[in-house]
Ligand binder design. Sequence first.
Ligand SMILES: [Zn+2]
Ligand SMILES: [Zn+2]
Length: 116
Amino acid sequence: MKKQTEKTITCCDNCQTDEHVFNNCAGCGKDFCFNCDKSKNVGQKFSGAVSFSGSGDCYICTTCLANPTPTVQAILAAYLTIRQLRNESKAFYENFEKRVKEAEAKVRIIVSKYNL
Ligand SMILES: [Zn+2]
Ligand SMILES: [Zn+2]
């Protein structure tokens, strides 16, 4: 017996393919395939834009970037804040690691000096 189903398939809003479509614009909701993203400059991916520690990427199409709605402006502003916080966090931990290494080096000097 054959069952008839109706399935919604996501297709690329640029080239209409239904293969490798996984970029969804957060501004207008349009979908774009891998090939259009790579070769046709249809949008930009904002890595880790959704949460500070998470990996949720945000995609915004070039049309929305050229003419950002208040929502897209808010996403971009939030992304810049997250990027800034990540840079601060990275700088802090680099400095922290450096201080830990310096402290460990001091301990090694004491250990070798007093034959501990
Ligand atoms: Zn496409
Ligand atoms: Zn868009």
